[in-house]
Design a protein around this ligand. Structure first.
Ligand code: EPZ
Length: 420
């Protein structure tokens, strides 16, 4: 497996173009299954998860091809209704195949999900919601078999937790359901708004996306669409923290500052200089930063996907602070690896207590999940000496052109191909 080698201690300085959002592109690509007309999706990042999704679409029967950052889909063969383990195990977001196939075929058999190492990550909220729309569900032979004998019927669905994936799955399923569907306690992330915008451009009647109550009026048919994916707010937050941890300065371009206000507010509170325009964020380290507690929350709170990166930064600031992880029940896998670099961290349930240390010393570390990998890369950038980061296939799932973007910012970083 490939490794990344970083010789740390260099200040990052320069500009970086933020890529399209992975977590918006994935549901949007699955949404192309809802029409047989051609679609063009723009600003799609080149990532392993995107390739997995494109392979998935082609397996199901939807012709999808990526050219640069554009994905074009065209007429489809008769869709398969089975999502096999070897595709689903690679990416938890594969569960989003359920909504479109239920909408089109009134049935789908999907292998139980795999994906990230962060906690159990069940899909009970998705399944409860499909039942409310008239589907019957049975789990057999490692597959979740879902059938809507009389087709999907609109209904009122109340989520016990504002799950991002479940909100997306119900949007994808309800567009063809008979009558009106109402999601109460829906996720409000920008990626939900982006998906709803695209579906409405295709002819859906969705209102309230971005609020906690979303209404979907079922329609007969959806047309093809041309849609550009919103910028990746998690990638953007990661590069801002890279500037902070290396005491450098960075200009993010093609970003929507409104989507990461919780992170920039915290960075300002720590002492970073932050200036924003409509589509750029400039961040500069101007003085020793003060540690700041964070408590992760659903949007618009501090994103759980930035928790690991924030932890890496807090480890190097004089003083103490705490991190509370409220969204996932086991998202501290990066703690042990940061401790190998010299971090002073104590885990207690949902909390991690941090005592700042003088410096990290470079060491070989291993990535457990996508955002933990980002935290280790940031720590390597700040560490004195050489860090080697293995299992970086996790990083390739979510960060487009990572080494190139960091090298252009002045980092001493290279990818070492594994000996075959
Ligand atoms: C999406 O995952 C993102 N992935 C995650 O980003 C992100 O961390 C998460 O939302 C929260 O913001 C994509 O968009 C592809 P959830 P998702 O359903 O939809 C529990 C990254 O790094 N839950 O909102 O899976 C679940 O276990 C990835 O890019 C249930 O219990 O997140 C978790 O504790 C990591 N039952 C919490 O809810 C369910 O049926 C949030 O999950 C569904 C979720």
């Amino acid at each position: 497996m490939d490794k990344i080698i970083i010789n740390g201690g260099k200040k990052l300085r320069g500009e970086v173009n933020i890529s399209g959002s992975k977590n918006s592109a994935l549901p949007i690509l699955f949404a192309t299954l809802l029409t047989d007309e051609p679609c063009t999706i723009e600003n799609v990042p080149s990532l392993a998860d995107i390739n997995t999704t494109i392979a998935f679409l082609n397996f199901i029967g939807k012709r999808a091809v990526k050219n640069g950052s554009n994905v074009s889909t065209s007429v489809s063969a008769k869709y398969k209704h089975i999502a096999p383990y070897d595709l689903v195990r690679k990416m938890r977001a594969s569960v989003l195949i359920m909504g479109p196939l239920l909408a089109r075929l009134n049935r789908v058999d999907v292998s139980l999900p795999g994906g990230c190492a962060i906690g159990a990550r069940p899909i009970d909220i998705h399944l409860e919601a499909f039942k409310k729309l008239g589907a019957d569900i049975e789990v057999e032979g490692g597959y979740v078999k879902t059938v809507a004998k009389k087709g999907l019927e609109g209904n009122e669905i109340k989520f016990r937790f504002p799950s991002v994936g479940a909100t997306e799955n119900i949007l994808l399923a309800a567009v063809y359901a008979k009558g009106k569907t109402k999601i109460i306690n829906a996720a409000k992330e920008p990626e939900i708004i982006d998906l709803a915008d695209m579906l409405n451009k295709m002819g859906s009647k969705i209102s309230g996306a971005g609020t906690k109550t979303i209404t979907i009026e079922g329609v007969e048919k959806l047309s093809g669409v041309k849609h550009s994916v919103i910028p990746d707010r998690i990638e953007a937050a990661t590069y801002l923290i890279a500037a902070a941890i290396t005491r450098g300065e960075i200009l993010l371009k093609d970003v929507n500052p409104k989507h990461l206000k919780a992170v920039t507010d915290k960075l300002k509170k720590c002492g970073m200089k932050i200036e924003e325009t409509e589509n750029t964020i400039f961040a500069k380290w101007v003085k020793d930063l003060k540690p700041c507690d964070i408590s992760t929350a659903v949007y618009p709170g501090f994103p759980t996907d930035v928790q690991a990166q924030w932890m890496a930064l807090m480890c190097l600031l004089k003083g103490k602070c705490s991190i509370r992880e409220n969204v996932f029940e086991n998202r501290f896998l990066h703690v042990a690896e940061l401790q190998r670099l010299g971090a002073d961290l104590t885990v207690d349930g949902k909390f991690v207590y941090i005592k700042g240390v003088e410096r990290f010393s470079g060491a070989p570390v291993m990535v457990s999940d996508l955002r933990a990998g980002a935290a280790l890369a940031l720590a390597g950038l700040a560490a004195k000496g050489r860090s080697s980061i293995s299992r970086i296939y996790h990083l390739d799932r979510g960060y487009e052109f990572l080494e190139k973007k960091l090298k252009d910012l002045g980092a001493d970083i290279k990818r070492v191909k594994s000996e075959k």
